[in-house]
Write a protein that binds this ligand. Structure first.
Ligand code: ATP
Ligand code: MG
Length: 359
């Protein structure tokens, strides 16, 4: 080692000998130290080389810190981490985005979400559960926020007194997780720590109806499209100074196919459903569920589902089910936003989409 003015840290290593452990083929399909960025497709085609870049590795250090932060925040609050089946006979969210699988001489589906199992575990008396696991959706649309295999962070809580109990818990967990990510990343001098937002303010709760006015189509009761979501994100940050916000009181008509969503008894046109947005992107959706068997079965039939196909799920409601609710949060989306990535694919090591099954 000798001192050097040109070297980054003022010292230079002088090798006494060099042993080649493994030879690299040349030319490389992808530059590792290039200043010019390669196209995302080229990078993903050669992901192993791409991951060698410090800026790309930094994203996965952030992802690790996000997962560790969430696990800690849930555990501290008495949530039990669970794992539920990913090979299912039935989907919960309707047929359009189900992946069928040949399952010996039957047909099965890849799980779109652990929804029904989370609720069954509430029936089992576990009271507070969370799961971090893959979810599969045959998303035909080619967008920067959809992939076909994503990591879903799902939680379910019993004995709630309404949607606000869920939101307050989710808000505290997100605030705590982002703070712990900042701490973890600063300790390893990961430059992404500087991008992390300050979440000391409460997340505003914005009614669905207000958002409809913001996007210029009051009272239409249609879910928001990508551009509308962005408009809502900009407006929320300008008015409330918070990059995260809850979009609350989804009308039943917008969540019609979601049979497990609780409707308000006073006004069945309303649900307690909410989304958590982060700078114009939906990060999580959740709400209180219907815990009464008769009402749940009624919602199922109204949504076009046959209760016979859900016998195992419905059994969990037959022997006492407390009021409960929960949410699903996309890990890849929150990592994408925290790391300031243009495309969700960059938030996964080996992303899968309609066209990509390799590497
Ligand atoms: P979107 O309207 O953006 O397609 P969604 O409302 O269909 O999402 P939910 O069923 O509410 O999604 O799933 C809960 C969360 O899971 C979403 O808020 C999102 O963070 C994440 N998620 C859902 N689908 C995908 C996907 N295809 N790719 C990545 N993340 C997803
Ligand atoms: Mg949603």
């Amino acid at each position: 080692m000798r001192t050097s003015e040109r070297a980054h840290r003022g010292v230079e290593l002088v090798p006494l000998a060099v042993t080649v452990l493994s030879r690299a083929e040349v030319p490389l399909p992808l530059g590792i130290v290039d200043k010019v960025g390669a196209e995302l497709d080229t990078r993903l085609d050669h992901r192993v080389l791409d991951l060698r870049k410090p800026a790309v590795r930094a994203v996965f250090e952030l992802r690790h810190a996000v997962l560790a932060g969430f696990r800690h925040a849930f555990t501290k609050r008495g949530f039990l981490e669970v794992e539920t089946p990913k090979l299912l006979r039935q989907g919960a969210e309707g047929g359009a985005t189900l992946f069928p699988v040949e399952y010996f001489d039957q047909r099965a589906f890849l799980a779109q979400s652990p929804q029904l199992y989370k609720q069954m575990l509430i029936g089992a008396g576990l009271e507070r559960v969370f799961e971090i696991a893959p979810a599969f959706r045959a998303e035909p649309s080619d967008t920067v926020r959809h992939i076909t295999e994503f990591t879903s962070l799902d939680a379910e809580m019993a004995y709630i007194h309404g949607a606000e109990d869920l939101r307050a818990t989710l808000e505290a967990i997100v605030q705590e997780t982002v703070a712990s990510v900042r701490k973890d990343l600063s300790e390893i001098q990961n430059p992404l720590s500087e991008l992390l937002p300050d979440l000391s303010r409460p997340f505003p709760r914005i009614p669905f109806e207000t958002c409809e006015e913001w996007v210029g189509r009051p009272g239409t009761e249609v879910d928001f499209g990508t551009e509308e979501e962005k408009t809502i994100g900009v407006r929320a940050e300008a008015e409330f100074g918070s990059p995260f916000y809850f979009l609350i009181d989804y009308p039943t008509s917008v969540k019609l196919r979601t049979f497990y969503a609780g409707r308000s008894d006073a006004d069945p046109r309303k649900t307690g459903y909410f989304d958590l947005g982060f700078r114009g992107l939906e990060i999580a959706s959740g709400g209180p569920r219907e815990h009464r068997l008769a009402k749940l079965t009624e919602n199922m039939v109204a949504g076009g589902f046959d209760p016979k196909n859900f016998a195992g799920y419905l059994e969990a409601f037959r022997f006492g089910m407390p009021p409960h609710g929960g949410w699903g949060l996309g890990i890849d989306r929150i990592v994408q936003m925290l790391a300031g990535l243009a495309n969700i694919r960059e938030a996964r090591l080996f992303p899968r989409d309609r066209y990509r099954l390799d590497p």
